[in-house]
Design a protein around this ligand. Structure first.
Ligand code: PMT
Length: 400
């Protein structure tokens, strides 16, 4: 059984933490809850007491606890401290080592792994000072889950929504091994170059050829690599996502743009992950004026684009090179063929064109191959899957 100490701070997402307690207990964890004063304005301690089956802790100096040292014994009790939601104020306290209430004091006293699930207004999340605090917290070994992008309680849209309780629960319990590897900042000193999203190949000023890639897989990988302590460069085709803060984002449109951007960065990076859905072909001629409707049929002449992944792995000074394979049939054969033909260190194969997973889905499953081995990563959300793939890469860069 795992003993989880859940810190709840004062944000509207506190209501989601009630569900989190339920899910954690359902998975067999024992849960104790610590609430800040402002958290109690959003949700009653009684709710958490009923759901956790334990009294809720709210006071730093609690006369009922022997020696009034409740924070020390709680810190010793926990296998993991999770703060969800973690407000901007609490994150700032953690970053600077302030200890003016039970939760922040517990954080300083804790020797177990610590996780935070930030939740706040998108402008607050994007504020430089918040991001500096996040960098400090990550450096200190705290594992950050989310936040996610979407509609917010304040009516705005952007990054800042607390990750869903099911995502937090899975990261904490099911993938402890992965998480603990990442918590140890195993990519510190590494520079990771990731390509993501689709490319758009113009036919004329108003039309282009593209594909269904949303960029979610590549952006999740960028976030996971960042969490593992890497410096991350993300070369992205046109997508509707915001890059995780702290990532060096290079926006591109065409396959040729992506080729140039990747090649200009590759020598300074130790790992390359090609998660982009790069167009294999582009129009020989992009018309300068709108193509007019005339004949019954229109023939487009396309030419093969350069293969970014193959050219990266062909370099003498190549980074650890990871490709993706998106297939509608014969997944394993095509993936193994690409691994060998493109001389890759690893390839992550996924089914596309199916109801679940692949393009533009929140979830995905990967079958990862490398010379001499393979591993199946079952269907889960892309955030978690990206963590698992990064952990697998970490295992392999140790042995090459
Ligand atoms: O973006 P999402 O909506 O989250 O969807 C994720 C995804 C399905 C796009 C992603 O998981 C994925 O599979 N990406 C690779 C898609 C692809 O183009 O696969 P491919 O089998 O056609 O290409 C094989 C590899 O060669 C890929 O690493 C690709 O980036 C690379 N390639 C392809 C063509 C080219 N000209 N240059 C390349 O580098």
């Amino acid at each position: 059984m795992k003993r989880i100490l859940l810190g709840v701070t004062g944000g509207v997402a506190a209501y989601k933490s009630a569900e989190l307690v339920r899910l954690l207990r359902k998975q067999g964890a024992e849960v104790q809850v610590v609430m800040t004063q402002s958290a109690m304005r959003f949700i009653s301690p009684l709710t958490f007491q009923a759901l956790s089956g334990n009294p809720v802790h709210t006071e730093l100096l609690d006369a009922d606890v022997e020696n009034a040292m409740g924070h020390i014994s709680l810190a010793r009790w926990a296998d993991a401290l999770l703060i969800a939601p973690a407000t901007a104020n609490t994150l700032a306290k953690l970053a600077h080592g302030l200890a003016d209430d039970l939760l922040s004091t517990l954080y300083l006293a804790a020797t177990c792994s610590v996780y935070v699930a930030p939740a706040m207004n998108q402008a607050m999340w994007n504020k430089v000072v918040t991001q500096e605090n996040m960098q400090a917290i990550r450096r200190h070994g705290v594992r950050v889950i989310g936040p996610e992008q979407g509609d917010q309680a304040c009516g705005e849209t952007g990054y800042g929504r607390m990750a869903e309780p099911s995502v937090i629960c899975t990261q904490l319990l099911a993938n402890d091994e992965v998480v603990s590897q990442l918590t140890h900042q195993c990519l510190i000193g590494h520079k990771v170059l990731i390509s993501a999203g689709p490319t758009c190949e113009p036919l004329d000023p108003v039309r282009y050829l593209t594909n269904r890639s949303s960029g979610k897989m590549g952006y999740a990988l960028a976030n996971a690599a960042l969490n593992a302590g890497a410096e991350v460069t993300l070369v992205s085709g046109p997508v509707a996502l915001s890059a995780p803060i702290g990532v060096d984002l290079i926006k591109v449109t065409t396959a040729e743009d992506m080729y140039q951007a990747v090649m200009s960065k590759v020598t300074t990076h130790s790992i390359y992950i090609g998660a982009a859905a790069v167009a294999d072909y582009s129009p020989v001629l992009s018309q300068s004026e709108k193509i007019k409707k005339q004949d019954e049929q229109l023939t487009l002449v396309l030419q093969k684009n350069k293969d970014i992944l193959a050219d990266v792995s062909a370099r003498m000074d190549r980074p650890f090179t990871v490709g993706f394979a998106a297939e509608t049939h014969d997944l394993e054969n095509y993936a193994r063929d690409k691994l060998t033909r493109k001389n890759l260190d690893m390839i992550a194969a996924n089914w596309v064109g199916q109801e679940q997973g692949g393009f533009d889905s929140e979830q995905n499953a990967l079958h990862v191959f490398w010379p001499g081995g393979d591993k199946s990563l079952p269907m889960t959300n892309k955030t978690l899957l990206a963590e698992q793939l990064i952990a697998l890469i970490v295992e392999h860069i140790k042995v090459v």
